[in-house]
Ligand binder design. Structure first.
Ligand code: ADP
Ligand code: MG
Length: 559
């Protein structure tokens, strides 16, 4: 029997009863509203005078941040269209490390401009086509006006690092911090790639930001296991053990019947001998320092101390990786396998105190491809936000060294593009021309928002900026502190070229993707601003993947 026979003339129903379907203009409008709402939620944080937001999660954890991608990921946004805009921020974070707010704000504005054109009956595919053309032209123009930067040009790299910190918690100490960030990236830079994972950030609560410093090497947030071990070792051979220095408990609960005291003694002696052998293996290999992933038995500690070896236990695997990379040590999973060949080298291993905490500093490593930035600050929330700014800063310096091209910031590139795209629109013609013009208008959301957030009149600022760019001042941007239009290059406000090209690419892709959708079929409920949590559960009614409830549920404490 075939399906058709079974169904007879009944209409074929392929959707479950719980699913919701929104089609045509309603679908478009719903997606546009969701995208705009996401952009709106981060807009006030943009730029040097942007404000921070306080997020409180359901367990009462508090985050105070100005960082676009952090905000969006913490807000637990729960709408499929809104998620696509959040992805724009995530891509930006992965590719550049900064510019996440700008990318999202531009996406929102592209959708907003599109809304007007759709109302004028411009077809979505025409719009999509026009947006794509505009984005390609914009990228070409940006590449044209970009400034070349050499990887040794420390001054400009520091200005780039400082620009990424502007308006964030790190700003107060931006001279020191941008110096540290540039040194850190230059140190870990390889011929062909820069892995900023080799820059670890050690957050230390206590002291002030100005006391932050850079250590060439690795810092392990642990102390030596025994007071009887030395505090430091010079020209140290380093061993890494990916297991523990303990006697394995037997799998089965074996009961040992001891009939006389000698037998017990024999049993204990045997264990002791095994632990002693472990210590001796390490000493025989020639190690001065041993980092152990698991625990170290008291007896083993005792023998290691007797041998004058520094031992550290419960070392995080990320630290083990850093230690291996920087000292050249090869981790072994079982101590019996340890030989001289597995040892790495560090000129100095020492236990030192910072802010009342003991830590192990592994410095003067042969191949100093690992550095640690010690970030200090008064409270945990302060340090966390400084850390996020530092991550942005590391990202832009890395990107700049990789690409060798930068742009002046402060809204200058967007105003320049806007003018260039209006010219270009004339050559496009047809209805796509309207889309290119809309794209040009959309980019102006950046200078406009920078002005608004600085308490300036956005119209006045834009008029002035356009006039400057019209007369050829490509780097003219907005001084958020005075409200004047100034040359951003003179001011040292620089950003990597990729921050803008990536933002334009991702924002355009996301907007185009959303505009082309005319049918949303959701298993479960679907709403843009739905405050009741009842049906927002992932896998709730209809088993929506990830829950398609609504946005707003998770951001109860947002201020
Ligand atoms: P994003 O997440 O997009 O990086 P930010 O809050 O870091 O958001 O703001 C970035 C914007 O602020 C960019 O347009 C940048 O050019 C601008 N900006 C940074 N520093 C300055 C400054 N000193 N003066 C004017 N604009 C600045
Ligand atoms: Mg930024």
């Amino acid at each position: 029997m075939t399906m058709a026979q079974q169904m007879g003339n009944q209409p074929l129903i392929v959707l479950s009863e719980d699913s919701q379907r929104t089609s045509g203009k309603d679908a478009q409008s719903m997606n546009i509203q969701a995208g705009k709402a996401v952009a709106e939620s981060v807009r006030t944080t943009l730029g040097p005078k942007g404000m921070d937001k306080m997020l409180v999660d359901s367990t009462g954890n508090v985050i105070v941040t100005n960082d676009g991608v952090t905000l969006l990921s913490e807000m637990e946004i729960d709408h499929p269209a809104a998620d696509m805009i959040v992805e724009v921020a995530e891509t930006q974070e992965d590719e550049v490390g900064d510019g996440t707010t700008s990318a999202v704000v531009v996406s929102g504005e592209l959708l907003s401009q599109a809304e007007d054109l759709l109302e004028q009956d411009i077809h979505a595919t025409t719009l999509a086509q026009g947006y794509r053309q505009a984005a390609a032209e914009a990228t070409a123009v940006l590449e044209d006006i970009a400034i070349d930067v050499d990887e040794d040009d420390t001054e400009i790299l520091e200005q780039i690092a400082a620009t990424a910190m502007t308006g964030k918690g790190a700003e107060n100490a931006k001279n020191l911090l941008s110096d540290l960030v540039v040194k850190a990236v230059q140190t870990v830079a390889d011929e062909d790639e820069i892995d900023t994972d080799n820059v670890s950030v050690e957050k230390v609560v206590g002291g002030s930001i100005d006391e932050s410093e850079l250590v060439e090497g690795v810092i392990v947030d642990k102390e030596r296991v025994s007071e009887n071990m030395p505090y430091f070792a010079e020209d140290a051979s380093v061993a890494i053990i990916d297991g523990d220095l303990e006697i394995k408990e037997t799998e089965i609960d074996a009961e040992v019947n001891v009939t006389d005291p000698d037998q017990l003694q024999q049993f204990l002696d045997q264990e002791e001998a095994q632990l002693r052998e472990m210590a001796e293996t390490i000493a025989d290999a020639g190690a001065d320092v041993v980092f152990v992933d698991g625990g170290i038995d008291d007896m083993a500690q005792h023998y290691l101390a007797q041998e004058g070896i520094i031992a550290v236990r419960r070392v995080k695997s990320s630290d083990q990786t850093q230690l291996a990379r920087s000292t050249g040590a090869k981790p072994v999973s079982s101590v019996e396998d340890l030989t001289e060949d597995h040892l790495g080298f560090a000129g100095s291993v020492a236990q030192k105190e910072i802010a009342g905490d003991q830590r192990i500093f592994v410095e003067d490593v042969d191949d100093a491809k690992a550095v640690t930035l010690i970030l200090r600050g008064g409270t945990e929330h302060v340090i966390d936000e400084v850390d996020r700014a530092i991550e942005d800063s590391l990202g832009v310096v890395r990107t700049t060294i990789e690409d060798g091209k930068v742009l002046a910031g402060g809204g200058a590139p967007e105003v320049e593009l806007s003018l260039a795209l209006r010219d270009y629109a004339d050559s496009v013609g047809g209805r796509e021309q309207l889309a290119v013009e809309a794209f040009a208008d959309a980019l102006e959301v950046i200078p406009r928002t920078l002005a608004e957030n600085a308490g300036l009149d956005p119209i006045d600022s834009l008029v002035e900026l356009r006039a400057e760019h019209d007369s050829g001042n490509t780097a003219s941007g907005l001084d958020a502190y005075t409200g004047d239009t100034i040359d951003m290059a003179d001011e040292g406000v620089y950003e990597p070229l990729r921050i803008k090209t990536q933002a334009i690419e991702s924002a355009t892709e996301a907007a185009v993707m959303l505009l082309r959708i005319d049918d949303v079929i959701a298993a479960g409920d679907l709403a843009v601003a739905d405050d009741d949590d009842d049906d927002d559960m992932p896998g709730g009614p209809g088993g929506a993947p990830g829950g398609m409830g609504g946005m707003g549920g998770g951001m109860g404490g947002m201020m």
